[in-house]
Design a protein around this ligand. Sequence first.
Ligand code: SF4
Ligand code: SF4
Length: 434
Amino acid sequence: MSVYDSLDSITEELRKCMKCGNCMAVCPIYKETRQEVGVARGKISLVEFLLAGQIEMTEGMAERFSLCTTCMACNTSCPCEVRFDKIILAARAESVRKKGLHAVKKIAFTALKMQRVFDFGMKAGSIFQGVALKHIPNKHSRMARMRVDIGIGTEKVFPMLAGKALRSEFPEVIKVKKPKMRVAFFTGCMINYFYTDIGRAVVEVLAEHDIEVVIPKDQGCCGIPASINGDVVSARILAKRNLRAFEKVGADALVVACSSCGTAWKHVFGELLENDPEFKTLADKWAAKSYDISEFLIYQVPFKKEGLGRVARKVTYHDPCHLNRGQGINQEPREILKSIPGVELIEMKDPGRCCGMAGSFSLVHQNLSIQISDHKTADIAQTHTDTVATGCPACRLQLQSGVENAGFDEEVLHTIQILAESYRVGKEELKRSR
Ligand code: SF4
Ligand code: SF4
């Protein structure tokens, strides 16, 4: 039985917890709130009371279950190997079954399921975003703040919507002369609508390796925002849509440049669809050939060292939770960065500490999200670098917001953008030497 279908499915996980409190030392929520309900142990107790019928699911309870960034730090520090990530998903799904979904989330996830309407909304948003957002002069990125507080504060810095979505910039199949393989690129929403520069870098680096890239037009949101908020119905619809879209185009491998999208393809689709034999088979098939772009370039290609030009950057790397703890990918991006001539990699203190973004968490619990982010910004400041690299567009947003508010002149990039830059410089150096 899946964690998405019944609270009973996590009984064994709950039994493993010996209430030692080790998770308190690593939980970003507990570190800020010092409240038992913030930490895994407290939420585990709530679920146990629910299952025992001692308490009922209420809206207040749902609010308590929302107090988690799903960073999985408690998973890795737990001596009893409690999979708290499963427990929180089951608790949130139960909360939606019993109390329904918050109205704003309901509207958002409904829109995500209507891809054409969503695309149109994003296009219109890119034209009229100046009404709600005030542009911030920043030499590195097009960023903005809300003009008025509509419940999400005005401190947060957002990337501006791209004038043209990534999937409209490219043909569905990007041909190369002698293709070595065909790779399908799952862009995810943030890269498609906001950080198109990351998407272009992915395409550029893959083309550099004679790889034909296909960007299925029918793909949509990975569904992680829905599944993580307990909207299992929407998550299943989105998972099936994406599986159909990729099956239709076919490819030797699938790459992502977003840690949540990677988790969706590798783990979540299969778990969501385990009771649907047809789609479970498809989910397993695509999970086996899904790669984060950094692991793809290390293990599947591997990426070319010749042709890399000098990029003079002092870089520190932030580990996205869902890439690091969720997929075990942390050395691969560092290996790429260390290979780039001119890049000096300087580690920050605790690079795997959650940045506090966690999707809708940063909007619902904005003050808490900013408090968590402030620690990350302080750790970045201590490195005296000029660039922060990361492997997730959502972390990029949060890190940008943190350094902008702290007044640092620090550029925040995805690792793949620095690699693409190096190949570009390499080509210019070659031209000049001829
Ligand atoms: S979840 Fe793990 S670390 Fe936390 S109280 Fe339970 S056993 Fe201890
Ligand atoms: S997943 Fe992270 S935020 Fe959630 S309880 Fe565990 S350590 Fe705390």
